[in-house]
Structures are given as structure tokens and as C-alpha cells.
Design a protein around this ligand. Structure first.
Ligand code: ZN
Length: 172
């Protein structure tokens, strides 16, 4: 079966699934790891055998975003490269920020939800030009965003706004 050509469209962000913004992969082969799994099933590396300074896993963005075009509302998925355009940081930097922002200290376990909710609200209503590709894998539910361009002049990535909202100067 021939893959359909990617399509480009202008859309508005309706919402982001802030409960699931990233996933964890093996640092060596970049295949998915579960949060609790310290051994990669895909390659022979065992991250837990590394010295503590080295990390055997890393976080990448995988963001489900509901968008509205002129004709319909539907959910698309942004993987790391596209999501970085909107967030203005790596997934790991975003998670570290969420963990360390000043309001999170006494809300055990809630830090991430709060910051992720704020991130979602920041992006709601943004106009984007997105290029979408149909999933090659028949099991994948959502069209994938292969490239994204914010249309608002002076668009600021999520991390810029978060730093301002939470009173953290850039570079901290
Ligand atoms: Zn691996």
C-alpha cells in the first residue's frame, strides 16, 4: 500500500493532553522503556549497570494535541522534534523545570500536573501551520505532525512563558 503524501494545513490548538506529554527511551537504541524498567529489552545494554553519572534512559516528547481546522476537530500526535518547537526546550528540561519550580515544593506528586496544565493552557488558541502525515503503521491512531510553524508573530515557546509565570529568569 502506498503511503499518502503529507498534507499541510492551518489549525488552532484546541487542547493538549497534559497527562501524557513524554515517554522514556533507552539512551543507546532510543526504543521505548517503561518508567519502571531499568533494563532495555531491545538492545543488550543494561542502564542500571552504568556509573551513576551516566543515564541509561532519556525522556522525549510525545504530545497528543487536539486541533481545529476549517472543517473539523481531531487529535494529532507530536513527537520530539515537532514538540520542541512549541515547548522551546527538551522534554527533560521541561520535566526538570516542572519538578523544581517554587510552587511545587509542598505538593508531592502534583508538580508535574500543575505545570503541564499551565503549559497546555499557554498553547490553547495558538494558530499553527502543520504538516501532517498519515501513520505508516496501521496500528497508530493519529496523524503525526511532521513539522509545525507557529503563525502568530512574536510567538513565544511554552518554556519562555512558564519561566515568566513562575517568576524564573531565563537561564536559571
Ligand atoms: Zn536499548
Amino acid at each position: 500500500m502506498e503511503a499518502e503524501k503529507p498534507t499541510t494545513t492551518v489549525c488552532t490548538v484546541v487542547a493538549i493532553d497534559h497527562t501524557s506529554l513524554y515517554y522514556t527511551v533507552c539512551s543507546f537504541c532510543e526504543r521505548t522503556l517503561s518508567e519502571t524498567n531499568t533494563t532495555c529489552n531491545h538492545c543488550t545494554r543494561n542502564p542500571s549497570a552504568l556509573p551513576q553519572s551516566a543515564s541509561g534512559s532519556k525522556r522525549l516528547f510525545r504530545v497528543l494535541m487536539s486541533i481545529a481546522t476549517e472543517t473539523k476537530v481531531f487529535v494529532v500526535v507530536l513527537f520530539d522534534r515537532a514538540a520542541r518547537v512549541l515547548f522551546g526546550s527538551s522534554a527533560q528540561d521541561f520535566i526538570d523545570f516542572a519538578k523544581h519550580h517554587p510552587f511545587s515544593a509542598n505538593r508531592l506528586g502534583m508538580y508535574f500536573v500543575l505545570v503541564a496544565e499551565t503549559a497546555s493552557k499557554i498553547l490553547e488558541g495558538e494558530m499553527l501551520r502543520v504538516t501532517l502525515s498519515k501513520p505508516k503503521n496501521g496500528n497508530a491512531q493519529h496523524q503525526r505532525v511532521v513539522s509545525v510553524v507557529p503563525l502568530k508573530s512574536g510567538f513565544r515557546p511554552v518554556m519562555d512563558t512558564l519561566r515568566e509565570v513562575y517568576g524564573v529568569r531565563a537561564g536559571c
